[in-house]
Design a protein around this ligand. Sequence first.
Ligand code: PNS
Length: 164
Amino acid sequence: MRVAIYPGSFDPVTLGHWDLIQRAGRLVDRLVVAVLYNPAKTCAFSVAERVDFLRELLADTPHVEIATFHGLLVDYAKQQEAHFIVRGVRAFSDFEYEFQMALMNRKLAPDLETVFLMPKEEYSVVSSRMVREVGAMGGDISGLVPEMLVERIASRLLNPAQLG
Ligand code: PNS
């Protein structure tokens, strides 16, 4: 049984994340999409909202689970008996950060491999940060986040006071 963890902030989930989840899901028997719970980091969406979005999106994807974690990713991966970590790289600009993270994780857990996947090229400029910025200014975020979530994400970004 091949198990992978796809960790991230997912603040909020984008079409790029969705694309990666589908790609990774085809490679493993069990994929755990793990949302980082980090009280020290200010996010636009609460962990509960981010998890809800993922649950809705992945309702029909049987071998993909949604979870939250805090602390070290490698500890959580061990707990889940994962064989590898999945991360997405869109462009060279992602490389430095991903490279450092992968090597640090390897130092902490030498048997845990990080596997990089590339999303569809049309998603190479899509990021949660862009979604937050465009959405907060009333711009159109369709084509950036999954269709079924566009309205909810857009209205929340326009009403940050509702932050849960
Ligand atoms: O979506 P993001 O914000 O790029 O995801 C970053 C994430 C959650 C993968 C990373 O911050 C993480 O793994 N945090 C857990 C803490 C940890 O394990 N740090 C040591 C490795 S750098």
